[in-house]
Design a protein around this ligand. Structure first.
Ligand code: FMN
Length: 230
């Protein structure tokens, strides 16, 4: 572990004023007609995702995944969304990473998408299941060699030793990945979040933010919706 000196203090109130002055959303915001919302949340999510892509939102497929260990300790990180279907919202990572360990202990997660330019947030909460190993292997093999190399170079989230050289490790792993293009990695894992709640949030400049939450209804496969106070 490396120790660092304490950062110098800034003028009292300066950070608060700076933060208060920052914009959160684009100047022009879309509207959200909840009466026209599809019957299933996946359909609305895909509609909103395409809209975000068309609006030029950077990395609209990046999502914050929040997990909790059995101890109750929580953590969150950004990952890339891999798929959305009846199976849920799918993301990938290393089985032995902190998120993988959390999900082994407590297979529940919250996903949070935020698309500032269009003032939209989508929150998905649900049970997490691992996708079949052959699906994870196919996903791993479809990744570019540099991405596979980055994964193979070292154990994700483990501290690096001072003697570890990242560039060297990446170069060696890239040679290895290129030499074995058909070798899947057993640790590469796809997780699917099967939603028990999906909430769509549309910002409004006059603060009349529109929120619509889907939850499974009593009829299997169907959803009921609620408007929520902003
Ligand atoms: C835009 C972006 C995309 C990322 N995509 C992934 C991903 O798909 N899978 C992954 O394991 N980590 C991804 N990461 C890195 C994670 O945020 C995180 O550092 C890593 O998964 C380790 O998290 P953990 O220690 O909580 O397991 C991404 C980071 C960013 C900023």
């Amino acid at each position: 572990m490396t120790a660092h000196p304490t950062a110098s203090p800034v003028a009292p109130g300066a950070v608060r004023r700076r933060l208060r002055g920052l914009p959160s959303f684009g100047a022009e915001l879309p509207t959200f007609d909840v009466a026209a919302a599809p019957a299933v949340p996946e359909a609305l999510f895909l509609e909103w995702l395409e809209h975000a892509v068309d609006a030029g939102v950077l990395a609209p497929h990046a999502v914050t995944v929040s997990t909790a260990a059995a101890s109750g300790e929580v953590s969150a990180r950004v990952v890339i969304l891999k798929d959305v279907s009846d199976e849920g919202w799918v993301f990938a990572g290393q089985a032995t990473s902190p998120k993988g360990r959390d999900l082994d202990e407590n297979p529940r997660a919250a996903l949070t998408f935020f698309w500032p330019a269009v003032g939209r947030q989508v929150r998905v909460v649900g049970d997490v299941v691992r996708r079949p190993a052959d699906e994870a292997a196919a996903d791993f093999l479809a990744r570019p060699p540099a991405a596979r190399a980055a994964y193979l170079a070292g154990e994700q989230s483990a501290p690096m030793a001072p003697s570890d050289d990242l560039s060297e490790a990446l170069a060696a792993a890239e040679v290895e990945a290129a030499a074995h293009p058909d070798d899947a990695s057993p640790g590469w894992t796809l997780w699917s979040v099967r939603p028990v709640s999906v909430e769509f949030w549309q910002a409004d400049h006059s603060r009349a933010h529109v929120r619509l939450r889907y939850r499974p209804s009593d009829v299997a496969g169907e959803w009921s919706t609620d408007r929520l106070w902003p």
